[in-house]
Design a protein around this ligand. Structure first.
Ligand code: AGP
Length: 606
């Protein structure tokens, strides 16, 4: 992960670097640092903790300079500490790095033999010493070409040099990197978002490329060091302002926004007058696609899993789902008739990107479902379906999850219709239900006060289980993931019918178990499984939808009822109480809800 920024200017750069680092904190927030070049000397200030802490340090140790690089870290090699924080510098050079150098141990041994002394436990420091070593004999460009050949793994680099008062080198292999153009200054950043307050003119480096940035111009080079031309893209200049408003946390705001974001997305994709789906310029005919593979990580993977149930229910197409980090290293059977769909909020997740890249290299049909339309995954996909939910800042994905599920549901209807799998009547009923979704979500948000009380039982526990069948199984996985990442409580999502094959042994007196049993085709079976856990002492929180019919089970500890909608859209409604359960459990424990420990919003390492 990690976020990097660089600026060369005719003005002081420290405060602009700090501003950009704040925007990059979604990539990592365990330590931060800046290095600038002033009167031929590299100076750095860095610390454990967040950009706020770095700013306090900078108030005590002023950093002057017109050229500088900054970094926010998500630790891979070495604990989060001041010494391991980036930039890492020698007398000659200073480096910020996002990614992993896989052969750092071998390179370190070689450099130690040459007399280099290492201060940190990071893999990044080998880059510093390698450059310092090569600069003894070679010029800057040759040095960069040589070190890029030596380094294995994926990385984005920002480098400044003692002897170059107006120069930053940026290099990319795997991890994304953008260049921005300003008046008498130019920039380097992990993404365009970090640079948006300074410029809307952006170029992106492709894999293997590097660039030399000066305040009056930027030069780009390919893997072999040959000069290349780059398109300058003009992004929409109105920077989206997005703050917490009166909410305590972004996550609380993002949960509450869901009825609106869902409504916006439906309006983007569905023409209310004639109920048609606005997916234009879809590059392939239905006869060219015989199967779909959905790929994502974490919450995005759960939305893929959800879509599998819908596709199987509504279409005759073959569908498979994969975790990106597994897909990328398996011996895949690539098939020209398969549509590969990559799902990602950030559009920067390294594993998902690598899986996409692999499919592109094998000349497959690739499509992405993303929130950030300027992201690497969106740019590299042959077709993009945006989820239109606006910025998501909380590390725990909420509104993007519903957005991903919605777009996949709409894609399912579209493909089902293209293939004549869905008859007209069913199609129109489904579209009509979609227009009720936002209203029903809004009502489901009213379960809030009950959840606030219930969550006390999820705070100090050994663990919990989330059970569901069919449509509710992916939601059970998602509910458990939310509780883990926010409240640091061990939670497992399980298909309710699998409990008897092992996990039932975990149930003991008083263990809170969440059972998702909306009144769909799986309802009765799930209720039977619920009775099995109640019989073994579990304290069951049942989440279902409103109904006049009684529930045939005794000893249910608590019950939350969401609104009614068609069965296949109930997963949207039952997700809301689970998001709130995780939110309030974390709040009770006093944890940092928007930035949970050990995590980052965009996972740009594999
Ligand atoms: C969700 O709450 C997580 N923080 C995480 O699982 C996330 O969904 C995953 O890292 C994938 O991110 P992406 O959607 O940006 O690709």
């Amino acid at each position: 992960m990690c976020g990097i920024v660089g600026i060369t200017s005719n003005k002081q750069v420290t405060s602009s670097i700090i501003n950009s680092l704040r925007k990059l904190e979604y990539r990592g927030y365990d330590s931060a640092g800046i290095a600038t070049l002033n009167n031929g000397f590299i100076n750095e200030v860095k610390c454990e903790g967040r950009v706020n802490a770095l700013e306090k340090n900078l108030a005590k140790n002023k950093l002057q300079g017109n050229v500088g690089i900054g970094h926010v870290r998500w630790a891979t090699h070495g604990i989060p500490s001041t010494i391991n924080a980036h930039p890492h510098s020698s007398e000659k050079v200073s480096v910020v790095h996002n990614g992993i150098i896989e052969n750092s141990t071998i390179l370190k041994k070689y450099l130690i033999k040459k007399g280099h002394k290492f201060k940190s436990q990071t893999d990044t420091e080998v880059i510093v010493h390698l450059i310092t070593e090569y600069l003894k004999k070679d010029d800057l460009k040759k040095t960069i070409l040589k070190i890029l050949k030596k380094l294995h793994g994926s990385f984005a680099l920002g480098i400044i040099f003692k002897d170059e008062p107006d120069l930053i080198v940026g290099a990319r292999r795997g991890s994304p990197l953008a260049v921005g153009y300003g008046p008498n200054e130019n920039y380097l950043g992990s993404d365009s978002y970090a640079l948006k307050s300074m410029t809307n003119k952006i170029s992106y480096l492709n894999d293997g490329e590097f660039c030399v940035i000066k305040k009056d111009g930027v030069e780009f080079f390919d893997v072999k060091g040959l000069k290349i031309n780059k398109k300058i893209l003009e992004l929409s200049s109105n920077e989206q302002t997005y703050d917490k408003g009166d909410y305590k946390h972004y996550m609380a705001k993002e949960i509450e926004e869901q009825p609106t974001t869902i409504k916006n997305c439906i309006n983007e994709y569905i023409d209310k007058i004639n109920s048609s789906i606005n997916i234009f310029n879809f590059p392939w005919k239905s006869s060219e696609i015989s199967s779909i593979t959905l790929i994502g990580c974490g919450t995005a993977y759960h939305s893929c899993l959800m879509a599998k149930y819908w596709f199987e229910q509504l279409t005759s197409i073959n569908i498979s789902v994969d975790i990106a980090s597994e897909f990328r290293y398996r011996n895949n059977r690539f098939n020209k008739e398969t549509l590969y769909v990559f799902v990602s909020q950030s559009g920067e997740t390294a594993d998902t990107f690598a899986a996409l890249d692999l499919c592109n290299k094998n000349k497959m049909k690739t499509c992405s479902v993303v929130n950030v339309v300027e992201s690497s995954i969106a740019r590299e996909s042959k077709f993009v379906l945006p989820i239109h939910c606006g910025p998501e800042i909380g590390v725990a994905s909420t509104k993007a999850f519903l957005g991903q599920m919605l777009v996949l549901y709409i894609l399912c209807l579209k493909i089902g219709k293209m293939r004549n799998d869905i008859n007209k009547k069913v199609y129109f009923t489904k579209i009509k239900s979609l227009f009720d979704l936002s209203k029903m979500l809004k009502k489901s948000l009213e379960t809030e006060s009950r959840i606030e009380t219930i969550c006390s039982s999820f705070v100090d526990i050994k663990g919990s289980m989330f059970l569901g069948r069919g449509y509710s199984f992916p939601i059970a996985l998602e509910g458990a993931l939310k509780l883990k990442e926010l409240a640091y409580v061990h939670a497992e999502g399980y298909p309710a019918g699998e409990m008897k094959h092992g996990p039932l042994a975990l149930i003991e007196e008083g263990m809170p178990v969440v059972v998702l049993a909306p009144r769909d085709q799986y309802y009765k079976k799930t209720i039977s499984n619920m009775q099995e856990v109640i019989a073994r002492g579990a304290k069951v929180l049942l989440i279902t939808n409103k109904s006049k019919d009684e529930i045939y089970s005794e000893n249910i500890w608590e019950k939350i009822e969401v609104e009614n909608i068609s069965d296949d859209l109930l997963p949207f409604l039952i997700t809301v109480p689970l998001q709130k359960l995780a939110y309030y459990s974390a709040l009770k424990k006093g944890y940092d809800i928007d930035k949970p420990r050990n995590l980052a919003k965009s996972v740009t390492v594999e």
